[in-house]
Design a binder for this molecule. Structure first.
Ligand SMILES: Nc1ncnc2c1ncn2[C@@H]1O[C@H](COP(=O)(O)OP(=O)(O)OP(=O)(O)O)[C@@H](O)[C@H]1O
Length: 234
């Protein structure tokens, strides 16, 4: 039971970005993905979620080859992507945004689940998503993944630009998601916070894995200062 990328190469319009990535998200674990701007973190999450095709390599989930499946087919298997910039539908209500992602016949359950995780969404079910604050929209983006009872959640900078109190709420939610048994692959600007919840950390550099290990190993390594440096305060 795990999600794996093997020898993954991918990029944009013939420009390679990922240069042979081997990465495993073990069952019930949190994996932090670090690297400088432009290292390829977002591209890796897009490739892993089926948003961009692989030019080489494979994706495996629970031992099955899932390479080439579309984003919605991967989502049906429980592999859910929360993209940078949230990706909510601004002209639909909060409830409608959630129900688009709910399992058929499970609409009430989905709304209950979302509101339980983020009570402030419950006060705004009829509000247009685009009129909510940035933090509320981020909660909606997370709740849309949550209503799918995901097994693997790919999270791209979900705390970006948010107030510290909202970031706390979001991290509490991520811990809840992990405690409920989901695996997380987390790209996060708050490096210390990501390492505090992570079981495993990968450093990506120029589209390659520069380090893979436990967070405490990384803190003692020069490689960390080299690639992430200023972002970490122990
Ligand atoms: N849609 C795109 N078309 C062409 N090139 C792209 C596209 N998106 C990203 N790139 C390029 O791919 C490389 C990796 O970008 P990516 O966004 O994956 O890095 P990142 O590690 O997530 O960076 P950041 O921390 O700044 O978000 C960069 O050189 C970037 O310019």
């Amino acid at each position: 039971m795990s999600f794996r990328l093997r020898g993954v190469r991918a990029g944009y319009a013939g420009v390679p970005v990922l240069d042979g990535i081997d990465l495993t998200v073990p069952d019930r674990s949190v994996v932090a993905l670090l690297g400088v701007n432009g290292a390829g973190k977002t591209t890796l999450l897009r490739a892993a979620s089926g948003l961009i095709p692989l030019t080489e390599g494979t994706l495996e989930h629970d031992g099955d080859d899932v390479t080439g499946l579309r984003v919605e087919d991967l989502a049906r298997r429980g592999i859910c992507h929360v993209p940078e910039g949230r990706g909510v539908f601004p002209n639909l209500t909060v409830a409608h945004n959630l129900l688009l992602f709910a399992k058929p016949g499970r609409h009430d359950e989905a709304l209950k689940r979302a509101v339980d995780a983020f009570p402030r969404l419950g006060e705004r079910l009829t509000q247009l998503a685009g009129t909510m604050s940035g933090g509320e929209q981020q909660m909606l983006a997370l709740a849309r993944a949550y209503v799918q009872s995901p097994k693997v959640v790919l999270l791209d900078e979900v705390s970006m630009g948010l107030a510290p109190k909202i970031v706390d709420e979001i991290f509490a939610f991520l811990e809840r998601l992990a405690a409920e048994g989901a695996s997380l692959l987390l790209v996060e600007q708050y490096v210390e916070r990501a390492l505090a919840v992570a079981d495993v950390v990968y450093l990506i550099d120029h589209g390659r894995v520069a380090f893979c290990g436990e967070p405490q190993e990384l803190a003692n390594r020069d490689v960390f200062a080299e690639y992430v440096g200023a972002g970490f305060v122990s």
